[in-house]
Design a protein around this ligand. Sequence first.
Ligand code: MRU
Length: 368
Amino acid sequence: MPDTRPETIAWEDGRLKIIDQTRLPAELSYVYCDTVEDVWDAIKQLKVRGAPAIGIAAAFGVLVALRNNKATSSDALTKKLDEAVSYLASARPTAVNLKWALERMRSVARNMKGQPPDRIMSALREEALLIHDEDRNLCRKIGEHGARLIRSGATVLTHCNAGALATGGVGTALAAIFVANEKRKKVRVIADETRPLLQGARLTAWELMQAGIDVTLICDNMAAQVMREGKVDLVITGADRIAANGDAANKIGTYSVAVLARAHGIPFYVAAPSSTFDLTLRSGEEIPIEQRSPDEVTEGMGKRTAPRNVNVYNPAFDVTPARLITALITEKGIIRPPYKRAITAALCGGSSRGHKKPARGKAGRGVA
Ligand code: MRU
């Protein structure tokens, strides 16, 4: 089936074009990023957001940064590139895909030391396009694996937006739903609105409705009641960074959903490509959590909803401990506990022990 979704990110005539997600759902509009500062701002302000999408945007951001450079040697070009990489990496700290994509760009230049700058530039362009293209394929594979976990007629609860808007393809968590529905499983979705910036309400609800998928929006604080009423069969979310032990950082509120899922015996899955795993971190304790402006909490939707100068704490992400995650859905397949061994086997090759068959309800009834 041809994919008619609007492209979240495009490289068009040497310019980076993105959907401005801050304007959705009111308006589907695009912005061009002509300078590296434009790219940094677009990532910081969440015009482009979602772990894989910011990695892709940053890779193109390197091209934007080097576009008009007059470097006459590979060393001069690499110096400029290093500056762009450090600058773009500083836009958001949690999603490891940002650093991952930038490091890929950096190694292209490093491996071509001594070669003419124009040759290095075309290799960098190829690499950015490849990162984008690969993500499209990874999303599809994640969707195929994830769809196997969804039975016909099931209702999936999701948090934030891990769809096409967050990736270079059909998404991660939402990919499983898109593919399941292509297989005529008639899956329904409950979307948490996802305070404070409402990615669930503004983006997931919009994206699913565009695709003709049955979606019901709830406020975040309704999830427990909805689960208690037996309306949720499984939860699937995305991730911004997954540590070697399977702990997964995702949009703030994901951890609460995982605790609730465990309390109600509902399987909780995290869908992510291998570029979201950070095997240099032993556990989620080491994942840097982005702190964002208090304004997002006190006047997120342009209207003041709290007293001026009130103290605000606004972490943009939380970490769900691996013990609450039923399985990780990746392009390599479904990874099940014990995670440390299974993640290494799936991502670095070798033994695939630790991959077990799905078992609905095995998540346990009490909060672990
Ligand atoms: O702050 P955001 O909107 O960039 O947060 C996005 C998420 O938390 C997503 O769930 C995650 O990046 C996975 S996207 C496939």
